[in-house]
Write a protein that binds this ligand. Structure first.
Ligand code: AVJ
Length: 327
């Protein structure tokens, strides 16, 4: 009884947030929808397809680092063999890259607890069961939640920490939000704690844009699923055939952005809001920012935090970097 009630309450607050944010975004002069809402069950599955597509070089690039430069990574983290530490991962997903590190740490006799954090309960329970099977020695303690909120808890942990924030997940945040996040993150750490921040590097358009505009149309389905989700959860009537996925990449700034462009002037009714929105022909809804970085950009973001770059590891193509930050 108790559990059912609690679940219902949580679910209804979550959908209230979704409803309010959709309302805010579609009422704005320049329409937008927050990218965090891509990841419902269907979106999670499409994102797995994205990670496996040939154009999405980010997955292989960071896997290359974790698989082939594991020892370098362990050395730059300067972990003491004798002290127990917490290996925290924000946005752990399926853990493919991290397992390469876990395997080597385990073989070399390091003492640690793996604490994966993810917004998706589903992803966490799957990760936990694969770890039990593949790496039975690893102590694992999963944590469900939003990155920003979870930092409050992490702050109270007393052991030395290595915190992983991989996959260029930070790239979905605006520079202002990213700087705020890094600042907050640094207050949750103790002196000498480390952060491994995986970021996609600024590079030419002919490499970046196809990662967000693939030949098979997988990213298009991913983007359009956001409208489908609004149809499903908020009783709306978006006609998906009347919108196209419209990504762009500013090579000079190093910022990729995705939009959904309205093919015609149309009205959309959102039942849960009891409102109708008008979209003009050619009008775009901004759905995602995927920022790319270099050391200058990153240092600017770290300026107001207590974190500094102490090292970096790159993949064999120099497409992607894992920066090692220290408090
Ligand atoms: C998970 C935020 C790193 O921006 O590259 C992939 C999400 N969106 N294709 C990215 C994404 C479209 C991805 N991140």
């Amino acid at each position: 009884m108790q559990t059912t009630l609690k679940k219902t309450v949580i679910k209804s607050t979550a959908s209230t947030h979704f409803k309010n944010e959709v309302d805010l975004g579609l009422s704005a002069t320049v329409k937008y929808l927050p990218s965090k809402y891509f990841y419902d069950k269907k979106g999670d599955a499409i994102f797995v397809e994205i990670m496996n597509m040939p154009e999405y070089y980010l997955t292989n690039a960071e896997y290359d680092i974790f698989k082939n430069k594991t020892q370098d990574l362990i050395s730059v983290l300067k972990i003491n063999h004798k002290t127990d530490f917490d290996l925290i991962e924000l946005g752990a997903g399926d853990g493919t890259k991290t397992k390469e590190l876990l395997k080597v740490l385990d073989n070399q006799g390091f003492k640690f607890t793996f604490l994966p954090v993810d917004i998706s309960k589903n992803a966490l329970s799957q990760l936990e069961s694969t770890i039990h099977v593949e790496l039975p020695n690893i102590k694992i303690n999963t944590k469900q939640g939003d990155y920003f909120n979870v930092l409050e808890d992490i702050k109270t942990y007393e052991k030395p920490k290595v915190l992983l924030f991989l996959g260029s997940n930070i790239g979905n945040l605006s520079d202002a939000k990213a700087a705020e996040f890094l600042k907050k993150l640094s207050t949750a750490l103790h002196e000498n704690d480390k952060v491994v921040l995986g970021v996609d590097l600024i590079k030419p358009k002919h490499i970046v844009l196809p990662a967000y505009h693939d030949a098979q149309g997988i990213t298009s389905r991913f983007n359009l699923n956001l409208l489908e989700r609004i149809n499903r959860e908020l009783d709306a009537d978006f006609n998906l055939d009347m919108f196209v996925h419209d990504p762009e990449y500013d090579e000079k700034e190093g910022i990729a952005q995705s939009f959904l462009k309205s093919l015609t002037t149309q009205q959309v009714k959102i039942g849960a809001l009891n409102k109708t929105f008008i979209l003009k022909k050619g009008e775009r809804i901004h759905t995602e920012t995927s920022r790319k970085y270099n050391e200058t950009v990153l240092n600017a973001l770290l300026k107001d935090s207590n974190l500094k770059i102490i090292d970096k590891l790159m993949d064999s193509n120099n497409y992607f970097a894992d920066f090692i930050l220290e408090k």
